[in-house]
Write a protein that binds this ligand. Structure first.
Ligand code: BJ8
Length: 426
């Protein structure tokens, strides 16, 4: 880590970014980060690592990817939790989650997608059309998946612009669905091997499974510490940790998150909080919050509450379940990977009762006083699933607030009023 200022413009130009627009994006995200994160008080020291990573989000990390590719390595971009990072690493490539958490180039996007498409999909396409995402431009292959209809069709458009492999994801979790899903992963292995020119072996897959599980275990520790009152880390900082987990170097990130967890466990034992003791504790469930979407956490915590957990893909769904580490053959390892990933509780599955169980369990484990059910506007899957999620939360005697929003700041005032009223009645 050097603190010498480096001019990355030549690298960004080489990637074909729209430099003036990219400068504007970086300035906006940097300003948002400063206002949202650096204004917090009593932050754990370990957050210094994530502050540094964010200050270099399109700099040093991109340079690492760039150098890796120049040395013959391949980078694979993903958009969904169902894409197994283990397979990408076992084939010798690096995986980066592409963010899609901010409004960009919507005018161009709306030339090819309907206006009433969710913000995440619009952002995913907008970053490509606007040429402002160096992660996308470093990706030798993108992996899409058949989750919701919007993403599925948007991948057809992205596939016209970039090398793309689409995984077909079943929408039920029966034995035959698991067998089909496993066959999709076998096809993915072949695609990855062709991309990198390297074979996925039992040895490489075993190492990858352990590395990615270790990352999840570190995040489990960070998040378990949030059960303490006062919470030793803010919801904003915990959310950031998971957002960064999608694209940072795996062993380095794991090491830094274990150091953060050590600190949080000590803070919890000593009664040191990032929030006040007795602050109203909120669990959020719903659609993922891709970087730099910090809107809801910021509103809750500015109103004096503290977010103690996220049942979402940028939360527990990312780190809670592990891949079986006892397998010794490639076949057994693929069985374990297929089973673990099919066990993610996304609303694109029917039924999806496991998600409801997770929400109630997490609310109890983390001592939540209430639940916010969060959905991006125009996400039919999560908006409809709200009906059963909210009923189950009420039945568990917990108040629930349903919020449907997008990436714009237009509704911030109205949301702040609703959130303040919700926290008051908890
Ligand atoms: S596993 S939640 S990351 S699909 S919000 S684009 S569902 S219309 S993001 Fe997701 Fe994978 Fe599921 Fe997780 Fe569509 Fe809804 Fe938009 Fe969504």
């Amino acid at each position: 880590m050097s603190d010498q200022p480096v001019d990355y413009h030549p690298m960004w130009a080489e990637l074909g970014l729209d430099l003036p627009m990219h400068d504007a994006l970086l300035e906006a995200v940097g300003g948002m980060y400063g206002a949202t994160f650096m204004s917090q008080t009593n932050r754990p020291e370990g957050m210094g690592y994530l502050d540094f990573v964010m200050s270099e989000v399109h700099g040093l990390r991109i340079k690492e990817l760039h150098d890796f590719r120049k040395a013959g390595g391949k980078v694979v971009g993903t958009y969904c939790l169902y894409v197994p990072e283990e397979l990408i690493r076992a084939a010798g490539a690096w995986s980066v989650g592409i963010c899609a958490g901010a409004e960009w180039a919507y005018d161009e996007v709306e030339q090819i997608l309907p206006r009433n498409t969710c913000a995440l999909i619009k952002s995913m396409v907008g970053f490509k059309l606007g040429k402002v995402c160096p992660y996308l431009e470093e990706a030798d292959l993108l992996i899409g998946e058949t989750t919701c209809d919007g993403k599925k069709k948007a991948y057809e458009e992205l596939g016209k612009l970039q090398n793309l492999h689409v995984l077909e994801l079943p929408q039920m979790k029966r034995e035959k669905d698991l067998a089909f899903w496993r066959s999709e992963l076998v096809d993915l292995v072949a695609t990855l091997e062709e991309l990198t020119g390297k074979k996925v072996t039992a040895e490489s897959l075993k190492v990858a499974i352990k590395e990615v599980n270790d990352k999840r275990r570190a995040l489990q520790r960070v998040n378990a510490a949030r059960a303490a009152d006062p919470a030793p880390i803010s919801g904003l900082d915990s959310l950031l940790a998971v957002q960064v987990a999608f694209y940072d170097d795996v062993p380095r990130f794991t090491q830094m998150m274990n150091a953060l967890a050590d600190e949080l466990e000590k803070r919890a034992a000593d009664g040191v909080g990032a929030a006040a003791k007795g602050a109203k504790r909120v669990l959020i469930t719903g659609t993922p919050m891709a970087l730099p979407n910090w809107k809801l956490h910021e509103l809750v915590e500015k109103a004096g509450g503290v977010v103690v957990g996220e049942e979402m893909c940028t939360g527990s769904r990312y780190y809670e379940k592990l891949v079986d580490e006892d397998a010794t053959t490639i076949d057994e390892m693929l069985d374990g990977i297929a089973a673990k990933y099919l066990d993610i509780n996304c609303a694109c599955f029917t039924p999806n009762e496991g998600r409801i169980d997770d929400v109630i369990r997490m609310a109890k484990e983390l001592g939540a006083d209430g639940v916010i059910d969060y959905s991006l506007q125009f996400c039919g899957l999560y908006e409809i699933e709200s009906t059963s999620v909210d009923a189950a939360v009420r039945e568990a005697d917990l108040p629930v607030l349903k919020i449907t929003t997008d990436y714009s700041a237009e509704d911030v005032g109205q949301l702040a009023t609703r959130i303040e009223a919700f926290l008051e009645m908890l």
